[in-house]
Design a protein around this ligand. Structure first.
Ligand SMILES: [Zn+2]
Length: 391
């Protein structure tokens, strides 16, 4: 089955060889989707015959979004905590631990149902690839089922046993570290592609983080780091030193951190939904981009600090609040996210890439930031199949 998308007013390929600028933009273009992949890209008037033809009537077409950082395996609701934070009232809730309690108490079916619902919600706003972390179980059994549930709904699964030290290990950090790098890792590694650690004040320090990442790597897992979100710290330097695919958050960076990221393949993944939802300062995206670092945007979707599934919302924040250009924000949300997952088959519309395609109800990708809060998704195609809207 092959499909010809024609009448594309503006096509973003993300391949400079196929069009103008870093986004490889073409006008009056057509795209062939065949066997789940992009089969052909070119001028509308020169398109080959296909089994079906879909005319998009001058609309803009971009690659599906790649959300490379999300925490979708959880139970419970933390809207009261958000309400308190936004109302300026002090709130003494135990944060992540609230979600840990609810997650441990939930059935497998409830966890899977919630994760599936959120992945479906992501698809309606154009996310066709998502990474999902564990990290709200924090026992061997609960982390194992978390990565298993993640694997049911996505193919980029990250083991985050080192999210926080759970309350029952408050007086025995070394004991928890032994668990995370021993039996918990043994149970989770077969279901995961990545290992992650929250390297920040109040979570894990540099040496603890190094231990977690080394143990995961010894089991064949790629490395990712929650780095420098809450303050200056060792996370970014550790990520670069250990060739992590991504250092995520990057809110508090020294000049040395920026230089290290710019000189390495480690992607700086920025998560502006977290700063928005916690009313915190945004990362300095311009400093990273101007230094030459590779930047990705992701939602950090989680019930505590960033409960959004919308990449278009993150693009709007990145442009308005972090001074990224609309083109930089789109690149970071597609091929940037793919690079953060070390994937070459998503985030671009080039022959051989996955046929994950968004048709926007707009003449230009700039509308993603220009029309904040507006659902612009006219069509979503995943693996060459047109998706039925959830609502
Ligand atoms: Zn996170």
């Amino acid at each position: 089955m092959s499909t010809l998308l024609r009448g594309i007013g503006q096509l973003v390929t993300n391949d400079p060889a196929l069009g103008a600028g870093p986004l490889g933009v073409r006008t009056d273009a057509a795209l062939v989707l065949a066997d789940g992949s992009v089969g052909w890209v070119g001028a509308s008037g020169r398109a080959p015959d296909c089994d079906q033809v879909v005319d998009v009537d001058g609309r803009c077409v971009v690659p599906g979004f790649v959300d490379s950082h999300a925490h979708l395996v959880f139970a419970g609701d933390r809207s009261a905590e958000f309400d308190a934070r936004m109302s300026g009232r002090p709130y003494e809730a135990a944060g992540i631990r609230t979600t840990v309690s609810a997650t441990r108490a939930a059935s497998d079916e409830a966890l899977a149902g919630n994760a599936r619902r959120l992945v479906a919600e992501m698809l309606t706003s154009g996310t066709t690839t998502v990474e999902i972390k564990s990290g709200y179980g924090l026992t061997v059994a609960d982390e194992e089922r978390s990565v298993r549930v993640a694997g049911m709904v996505c193919d980029e699964v990250t083991y985050l046993g080192a999210h926080v030290v759970p309350p029952e290990y408050a007086d025995d950090r070394a004991g928890y570290l032994d668990l995370v790098t021993g039996p918990m890792l043994d149970a989770c590694a077969p279901h995961a592609r990545w290992v992650d650690v929250f390297c920040d004040a109040g979570a894990f320090d540099a040496e603890e983080s190094r231990t977690v990442l080394a143990a995961g790597a010894a089991r064949g897992l790629g490395r990712r780091v929650h780095a420098n979100q809450l303050g200056h710290g060792a996370g970014v330097q550790l990520a670069v030193e250990l060739d992590a695919a991504s250092a995520d958050h990057c809110t508090y960076l020294t000049d040395a951190d920026v230089t290290a990221l710019a000189g390495s393949p480690t992607v700086a993944t920025l998560l502006p939904g977290a700063e928005f939802s916690t009313r915190s300062r945004y990362p300095d995206a311009r400093r990273l981009l101007d230094a030459g670092a590779t930047v990705a945007l992701a939602t950090d979707c989680n019930p505590g600090s960033s409960y959004t599934t919308s990449m278009p919302f993150c693009i709007a924040l990145a442009v308005r609040e972090m001074r990224m250009t609309p083109a930089e924000a789109l690149w970071a949300s597609t091929v940037g996210g793919a690079t953060a997952l070390r994937r070459a088959d998503v985030g671009r519309l080039t022959p051989g890439a996955k046929a994950d395609v968004l048709v926007l109800d707009a003449p230009s990708f700039v509308h993603l930031a220009y029309r904040p809060g507006v659902d612009l998704l006219h069509q979503v195609w995943k693996d060459g199949e047109r998706q039925v809207p959830r609502r």
